[in-house]
Design a protein around this ligand. Structure first.
Ligand code: F6P
Length: 344
């Protein structure tokens, strides 16, 4: 078999580990893997690189993706025929598409509407893909957040300050909640639970009255906070939308910090962790998870298990129909209840 592999959408730590696992599994099974450059764009343009023992050597700990990535949409770009031609003429028996929820949706459509032999592998630091318990990349992002909070603790404590830490996660609070708990945050604000600066300020004041002189508040970029004289809304970094039409989130941290300082009277600073959460080497956990996903994707290709996504259920990697991967997966609020015990 000849199995194509592509990475689409935003990058995240662990992509190279999946690419390596598909390639090494294929070589082991007497098959061939080929890398498709820049997502579906590379398939339309038939831009490939070999995935052999030499090219996948040493990539396990590398962040990003050796295949590069793009947000190319085959339907919008009227590239369906070019994709079908590439698959037929370049003798691709299967294509493994590694991407986020939008790529999984697109992959499902290309399979069901146009019969392409596609398999999905879910990636994202946001952990918001429906159908799988965890995506690789998430653990690394949480690790970055908890390490940043550890560092912020010492400076916040030295100055009796409030520190507001803005983290990524789009419209879910997975990174904020897990990173916040791991770092011992004193407040966690997530999109799943709309709130007001007054509510957060009251919790900080209560905590300080109980003898603490500093606080660390983690806020997810997509948090829904009702500021004075405005409706409850998310804050966007710019009016521009990304290539998939999503809002560009960002800016809630600084806005909230100003309000909290005004309401509490405590000196407040803000830190936006941004793309640091997405860069660099994957954690050991993500390397193992990504390797398992890649191995499963190869087995699915070998078995003709198309139109499906490799998924983690409990501790098992299974396959689920891409048609069922709809919407976004939000956090379990029971975990927020546990986190709240440490807030004041
Ligand atoms: O989906 C991953 C993610 O990092 C989100 O957490 C964030 O909102 C978005 O991508 C940022 O996208 P970009 O890299 O296009 O700015």
């Amino acid at each position: 078999m000849r199995i194509g592999v592509l990475t689409a959408g935003g990058d995240c730590p662990g992509l190279n580990a999946v690419i390596r696992a598909v390639a090494r599994s294929a070589i082991d099974g007497g098959d061939e893997a080929v890398g498709i450059m820049r997502g579906f764009k590379g398939l339309a343009e038939r831009d490939y690189m070999p995935l052999d023992m030499r090219t996948v050597s040493g990539i396990l700990p590398l962040g990003g993706t050796i295949l590069r990535t793009s947000s190319f949409e085959p339907v919008r770009e009227q590239a369906i025929d070019r994709l079908l031609t590439a698959i037929a003429e370049d003798e691709l028996d299967a294509v493994v598409a590694i991407g986020g929820e939008h790529t999984m949706w697109m992959t499902g459509e290309l399979h069901s509407e146009h019969g392409m032999p596609l398999i999905g592998v879910p990636k994202t630091i946001d952990n918001d893909v429906v159908g799988t318990d965890y995506t690789f990349g998430f653990d690394t992002a949480v690790h970055v957040v908890s390490e940043a909070i550890d560092r912020l603790h010492t400076t916040a404590q030295s100055h009796d300050r409030v520190m507001v830490v803005e983290v990524m996660g789009r419209n879910t609070g997975w990174i904020a909640l897990h990173g916040g708990i791991a770092g011992g945050a004193d407040g966690i604000v997530i999109p799943e639970v709309p709130t007001t600066p007054e509510e957060i300020a009251a919790a900080i004041t209560r905590r300080h009255e109980r003898g603490k002189d500093f606080s660390i508040i983690v806020v997810a970029e997509g948090a829904r906070v009702k500021f004075p004289e405005s409706e409850e809304h998310v804050i966007v970094a710019s009016e521009e939308r990304d290539e998939y039409g999503y809002e560009r989130l960002g800016g809630i941290g600084p806005a909230l910090a100003v309000e909290l300082e005004r309401l509490t009277g405590y000196e407040t600073r803000t830190v936006t962790l941004g793309h640091v959460q997405r860069g660099g080497t994957p954690t050991a956990h993500d390397r193992v998870l990504a390797t398992r996903y890649g191995a499963k994707a190869y087995e699915m290709a070998r078995d003709g298990d198309f139109g499906r996504m490799a998924a983690l259920k409990g501790d098992e990697i299974i396959s689920v129909p891409l048609a069922e991967v709809e919407g976004i997966k939000t956090v379990d609020l029971a975990l927020l209840d546990i986190a709240r015990r440490f807030f004041s």
